[in-house]
Every structure is written in C-alpha cells, then in structure tokens.
Design a protein around this ligand. Structure first.
Ligand code: WTA
Length: 648
C-alpha cells in the first residue's frame, strides 16, 4: 500500500467546473452523467452498439454486441474492422485530411507536424515494406523504439496488416527485451539506432543485438536511423528502414480483421517473477479508447492534446496513439526528458504548440513542484483548458499545485484510474459533469460497474477501505494473458468469485466518490511504473553473491514508492557498500534502470512463515512505520523482525 500521506483526502475542498467549461463540454452536469451511466448499465448492448457505430468504421457489422462466457468475453462478435483504418483512412474523406495528426518534438529541438494525409502515406508505405518481407496477419512484431513518429507508424502499419505488435519500453534492458521476444515468439523486430534522452544517445540497436543472441526465431530486424550513431548490422537479418522504404508504394489497403483480432500484447508486471503479456483486441479496445477521449478529455475538434507518457506503457498506446488518432485529434509527442535542457521543457512545449489538454503523471508533477513555480510562471500557459493525471494516486497537495500553478485555477483536473489490463480509462471525472475532489478519481465511467468490496465480495460501507473490483466485462478489457489463460483466470477472476479483481484498494465516500489507495498485492508503483517485487527478487537472486532477497515498496515523497530490497548473502560474500552498488546496477541490467532499487539492506535472515514464505507484509511495515505492530503469529523467528526494525 502507498504512503498514507499520499492518499489523505480533504473532504472540505470541492472544485466546481466553471460555467464556461460546462457550456462547451461534451457531457454537461451530473444528471447527464447519471443518464449515460444508467443507460449503459441497463442496456449495454444498445449503448455500446450505438457508440461503436457512431464512432468507428466497420467493414462488416456484428451479429451481437457481446458474448460473455465468464471469464472470457468477445465484443462486436463477427464484425470486421481495422484499427489503422479507423485511425487514418476514415479521416481522409473529411476536413481532417489536412489536420495535424502528430505534432512531434525531438529532445534536441527538431520538430515535425504530420497531417492525417501524410501519416496515412507513411503507414501505408511501411505496411507495404512489411508485406513485401512476408509478414502478415497473426504474426508478432516486437517494437523497441524511441519516442519518434516512426513508432506509431510502425504500430499502425502492423495493425493495418493484422500483425500483433508488442511495444517494449526503451528503458528495458536486453534481458527483459529478450524475455518478451521469446515469450511472444516474435519473428520481426522494429527498432532504431537510438534515441535522445537528457542529451545522451540511448543505443537501442545495441540492446537489441544483445537480446537477440538467444532469439534464433527472429528473421528480420528493421532499423530506423534516428541518431546516426554507429551500429553494427548483421547481414541477412538487419535491414535499414530507409532502404526498404525506397520504392515502396503509397497504396496499401487495410485488412478487414475480426473485431476480436489481437491488436497488441503489452507486458506488465504481476505478482510472480514472470511478466504477463496482456492481450488486447481491436474493436472493443478502440470503442472504449474513443469514448473516453470524448468523455474524459472532453475532446473538441480544435484541441491540441498532449499526453506525456511513453508509448512503451499502456497510457501511450491508448492515449497518444489509438485513442487520439481514432478520435481525429492532434496528438503531441515528445521524445525526451521533462527536465532537459531545463525544468521548463513541458511548459515550453505547451506554450509553443498551444496545448489545450495536458495529461501527465503525479510523479512528474511532484518533481516539478520541487523545482519551483518560476519554471511554469515563465511561460504562457493560457492555451490549457483541461489537465489530467494517471498512473498512481495523486496526493491532494500535488493536485492543488497542479490546479493552481499550471491550470491557473481555471482548468479541471481529470484523475484517471485504469490499468494495462483495462485498456482504457475506467474511473475518472467527466470534467463538465461533476465537481472535483482532490485525490479522488471520482466516478466509474458509463459501462464500468466498479465497486469497493470486502474479502467476501460484499460492498463495504461508505468511508471504509476495500478491494476495488469490476462486476461486468467492458469493451477494452484484456482478453487473456498471452499463452496463459489459466493465469488470466486465477489472477483476475479467481480471487473473488465472478468479479474482476483489480489488485487495488479503494474507498468510496458517502457521495460515491472513489479514491484509489494503491496496490494490495506484490506489485509496486514507482514513478507510475508498475514493478513486481518478485521480478526484482528473481533478478537479485540470479547474482552469484545473493542467497535470498525480499523486495518491498517504501513510501517516497517523489516517486510514490521506492524499491527497497532486503538481501541475505551467500557464505563468504561481504556486505560492503560496493556490493550494494553492484546489486543496484545488476537489477538495472536485468530489468532496466527504472527498476534499480533505491536501497539495499543486507540482513542475516528474512522473516518467514513456518511454511517458509517470506513475510513481505512485515518488511513493508518496517520500511513504512519503522516498527512492527501487525500479526506475527505465523512468524518463524521473531528475533529477525526485532533486529530488522532495530536496524532501521
Ligand atoms: C495505479 C497505468 C490511483 C493502480 C494506466 C493501478 C492509479 C496501476 C491511478 C496500473 C489513479 C493508475 N489513481 N492509482 N488515477 N491510475 N493507478 O498497468 O495501482 O501501468 O492498478 O496502468 O496503477 O498501472 P498500469
């Protein structure tokens, strides 16, 4: 669970949307929200059927809207559609043809404005390249790229042909990349020489080369030239994007694909050492992405919309690429770090492109608060009209700063709760419909039957903490875990009978506002990145000096949680500071820099139950409260705990 500080709510502060905002909003007032919600609840088929028909293009219509054979669901059964067609072709016969689709800024300051017409051309050409190499529907591609327009181009080209893509965040190490390529049995890798981050080149191709040593099934590696850094190209396997692009045709019709066709797999951390490949479909996913663009971001034709996430995470998939493009928006994309070259890079971009909707993470906000108000104050932020937050609970103090300093008290904030598994936003204010309470994600969106329940699945009273669950399937729900339907069943549908278990704790107040408190399982949230304690533990015990490791999240003012590892060493290994540093580097090597422990604590032994299970709960308590008050009756050796607490 996260820092209790971070989840405190001040019931007295409620923020009403301004009359000007409400006047223009897509959903106006609480009654309008309630009516939409009630309709979706009572007539889900009609509700989603009408929405999908209005907002998306279908080559063929469905026979029925959904089929629920718990815990497996299908949406828009029998329909044919294509995500790439919906994001591109559909706009070409409208005035959006010449509208800017992607407004991109590289870290060094280079810029590109790509219209829907041009994006369609780029995607069609690259799809033809893939086709010519023999890739087709059902194949899998791993995409490992910097935040440049060719990343969405690659995704949309795959989607155009029905190649299931899996984007791997550029911060993942060769080990992590390899595990994903192998699990997916991907034959195609799309990458770049490198990208820019804080003025330095992140050498992606080098990491790919290291990962591929143990991936013999990979036949093609397509490399985009971004940094012009030195790369080695393996003959017969590695191909330059620009060579293949030469002479490719601009015409590549989108394949009519089943609505349930797997659009992408995105790996995320779960409660075991092995990441889960979350599988998303096409039709249902797109429908909910587009719907939430309108409901949550209140998207209008003239908006300039910017989500600062990386496309390597689900937020970037749904709210930089598929949601905004399917909705015909102008989506801003930035390659680099928020503090490069200075702490005002975000505000500089907002000012320069006249961004009207800005979506970021609480960690980014907290980091910017530290640097002071002079950075945002030096820029004209008057184009902003709506702000968003995602990835972790936002503490009321950060919320209020965001509202006052960035939004100038004028912009509503949408605190959006969702997960890789949910595909799209599930709980969030509709900004023209409801008053806001700092720290609360407020109400479930239409079609989302969220509830807060106890261990028996019974709704808890107002104000009490419980498990956040969802009762009915929603269109953008994950369909399964790649090649592991049993894990899908037990992980999400086996914890409390008949309902989707989110893994989060929440509380609902007397007015129905939901506040999400944090994870109740062995998943941590560090800077809004999901990390599994087990994954880091397995990385640690792969180190030759480590006997055992237990990892817990420690509250952190900046990153929400920080990784704290308790380590016992093999005989003969010395627990000096150098080894601590080495282990931190080791985890970065095994998983990625963002998983590097903030702290390594060496200990003689770890607290365990009599059956030998490490009691992480106790360790969590030690790092949170510096003492142990909880139940220790199953503990094997009380002395270990007192020692650990005393050392703290
Ligand atoms: C947490 C990111 C509180 C939560 C889209 C969830 C949040 C996990 C919020 C999913 C929020 C996300 N308030 N907590 N607004 N949004 N979370 O899969 O613990 O990377 O289960 O998806 O982030 O993380 P994931």
């Amino acid at each position: 669970m996260t820092d209790p500080e971070a989840v405190e709510t001040r019931e007295e502060s409620v923020y009403q949307p301004s009359p000007e905002f409400v006047r223009r909003a897509n959903v106006r007032g609480m009654e309008a929200y309630r009516a939409l919600y009630a309709r979706a609840e009572r007539q889900p088929e009609e509700f989603w059927g009408e929405l999908a028909e209005r907002e998306l293009f279908w080559f063929e219509k469905w026979s029925h809207v959904f089929e629920w054979a718990p815990p497996f669901v299908k949406w828009f059964v029998g329909a044919k559609t294509n995500a790439s067609y919906n994001c591109l072709d559909r706009h070409l016969a409208t005035p959006r043809r010449d509208k800017t689709a992607i407004l991109w800024e590289g870290e060094p300051g280079d810029q590109r404005a790509i219209s829907y017409f041009e994006l369609h051309r780029l995607v069609s050409r690259f799809a033809n390249v893939l086709k010519a190499r023999g890739w087709r529907a059902g194949d899998r591609a791993v995409i490992y790229m910097p935040m440049i327009p060719e990343l969405p181009v690659a995704m949309l080209a795959c989607a155009r042909l029905g190649i299931t893509h899996s984007v791997v965040f550029g911060g993942f190490s060769a080990e992590a990349l390899k595990a994903r390529i192998q699990d997916l049995e991907a034959g195609l890798i799309i990458t770049a020489d490198g990208g820019w981050r804080r003025g330095r080149e992140v050498r992606l191709k080098e990491t790919v080369d290291e990962a591929l040593i143990e991936c013999p099934q990979v036949r093609d590696v397509i490399v985009y030239r971004r940094t012009a850094g030195a790369v080695s190209m393996k003959a017969g396997r590695d191909l330059w994007w620009h060579d293949l692009d030469e002479g490719a045709s601009d015409v590549c019709p989108a394949e009519p694909l089943d609505a349930e066709h797997p659009l992408f797999v995105l790996y995320t951390s779960g409660t075991t050492g092995k990441p889960k490949g979350i599988l998303h479909s096409t039709g249902g996913y797109l429908a909910q992405c587009v719907a939430t663009m309108k409901w949550v971001f209140d998207l209008h034709e003239d908006d300039v919309y910017w989500c600062t996430a990386d496309i390597g995470w689900v937020t970037g998939h749904s709210y930089i690429v598929y949601g905004p493009l399917a909705a015909g928006a102008t989506t801003v994309m930035y390659e680099g770090a928020p503090d490069f070259p200075h702490f005002d890079r975000f505000w500089q971009i907002v000012e320069k492109y006249r961004v009207s909707i800005f979506y970021t993470s609480p960690t980014a906000i907290r980091a910017l608060i530290r640097q002071g108000e002079q950075w945002p104050d030096a820029h004209d932020l008057s184009s902003l009209r709506l702000l968003g937050s995602v990835g972790e609970p936002i503490n009321p103090a950060a919320w209020e700063w965001y509202h006052r300093v960035i939004g100038k008290g004028r912009c509503p904030i949408v605190d959006t709760w969702w997960q890789t598994e949910t595909g799209a936003i599930m709980i969030s204010p509709m900004p023209g419909a409801m008053p806001l309470k700092p720290g609360s994600a407020s109400f479930p969106l239409p079609g989302v039957q969220a509830d807060v329940v106890d261990v028996y699945g019974k709704p808890v009273e107002a104000g009490k903490e419980g498990f956040l669950i969802v009762r009915r399937p929603w269109p953008s729900m994950l369909r399964t875990i790649w090649r592991d339907p049993e894990r899908y069943k037990s992980q999400y549908w086996g914890r409390l009978p008949g309902v989707y278990f989110t893994g989060d704790a929440a509380r609902r107040d007397a007015e129905g506002y939901i506040t999400v408190l944090g994870r109740v399982d062995d998943v941590m949230n560090v800077s809004g990145h999901r990390l599994s304690t087990m994954e880091i533990e397995s990385a640690l015990v792969r180190h030759p000096s480590v006997a055992e490791a237990a990892v817990v999240g420690r509250p952190d003012e900046l990153t929400g949680q920080a990784v704290c590892a308790f380590v016992t060493l093999k005989k003969g290994a010395a627990d000096h500071q150098q080894l601590g540093e080495e282990l931190r580097r080791w985890v970065a090597h095994e998983i990625g820099g963002f998983a590097r422990p903030a702290e390594i604590r060496f200990t003689e032994s770890l607290p365990k139950t009599r059956s030998g299970k490490i009691m992480r709960r106790l360790l969590r308590e030690i790092v949170t409260t510096h003492s142990v008050t909880g139940d220790v009756t199953t503990l094997e050796d009380m002395a270990v705990v007192s020692r650990l607490a005393a050392e703290d």
